[in-house]
Design a protein around this ligand. Sequence first.
Ligand SMILES: NC(=O)c1ccc[n+]([C@@H]2O[C@H](COP(=O)([O-])OP(=O)(O)OC[C@H]3O[C@@H](n4cnc5c(N)ncnc54)[C@H](O)[C@@H]3O)[C@@H](O)[C@H]2O)c1
Length: 338
Amino acid sequence: MSKVLHVGLIGAGRIGQVHAATIAYRVSNAQLAAVTDALPSAAQAVAAKFRVPQIAVDYSAILADPSIDAVLICTPTDTHAEIIIAAAHAGKHIFCEKPVALNLKDTDAAIQAAERAGVKLQVGFNRRFDANYARVRKAVADGEIGTPQIIHIISRDPAPPPIEYIKTSGGIFLDMAIHDWDMARFLIGGEIDEAYAQGGVMVDPAIGAAGDIDTHVTLLRFANGAIGTVDNSRKAVYGYDQRVEVFGSQGCIHTENNYPNNSVLSTADSVRRDLPLHFFMQRYVDAFAAEIEAFVDAIAGDHPAPVDGHDGRMALVVGLAAQKSYMERRPVKISEIG
Ligand SMILES: NC(=O)c1ccc[n+]([C@@H]2O[C@H](COP(=O)([O-])OP(=O)(O)OC[C@H]3O[C@@H](n4cnc5c(N)ncnc54)[C@H](O)[C@@H]3O)[C@@H](O)[C@H]2O)c1
């Protein structure tokens, strides 16, 4: 591998642009060598903004380029497995956005392809790299709150994505909540045993017409006996709402939202502050940088990726259990999924 990691960006949409900015401005030992997108204008815009020297016609051109060490897969979810498998065969290290795929067959095939090729596969669970959540994990791991008994995860978006995105996303349990299943496993430090979901269409009937729901609360039971909730809405009018609380036998730790400033305005009528950071591009900018730095470091130091294919698989399994629970209106054991 060359001293500076040469990276190919596949998919230059919302998250692709976030990662392009990270590599361009935040990671010193990596550079974007090529970009491709099914929409040539999207690839051109990223290439111009971040001075990427090459615009590839498609991802196979990136994979055929021997000077490229690693790829960032930022295309729609239903394309991930195919591109992971092709990238593994080409010997490229792989960072893939969440989720790996929308079913276990494709997920397993992708994980196996990376393992057989001996390349790194890191999944884009960026929240593990957020300073708030890392501190919660440390409190649990170090026993600062004793034995964890209850976890609450609140994860609400400021606005739904376009309906076209919803249609290929896999639905709220596999697309949006996938971060929260991973957070639950990460923060508790153990596996989930059972999921029981209640949900509905409360934000936009068009989401229902596209076959999805936009709101749910899912009750989780962990193998170690802890219980928890994940609360998702596609629309919080006050902005991105990202909070957790873990309660244990010796105490409790919780996080608040992050704000663009910490000013509090007090008048005769009210005490108030500005809205939280609006969405993931603002809220998790440091976490996105840290996850890409960790990916680059894992390759440079040849150590395991910090969030691997198994983590991607387990989050999918919980999502499938929650989805089944919602459809069948009953608690679903993780063992029913596989
Ligand atoms: N980690 C996070 O917080 C986070 C946030 C948003 C999205 N995501 C994930 O990232 C992925 C992309 O989401 P997005 O919001 O950026 O979507 P998007 O629609 O904004 O961007 C996807 C881009 O991929 C391009 N594309 C489609 N097929 C392609 C192909 N075969 N080759 C090359 N380019 C192709 C599209 O033209 C589009 O520009 C999804 O899997 C999503 O779940 C993760």
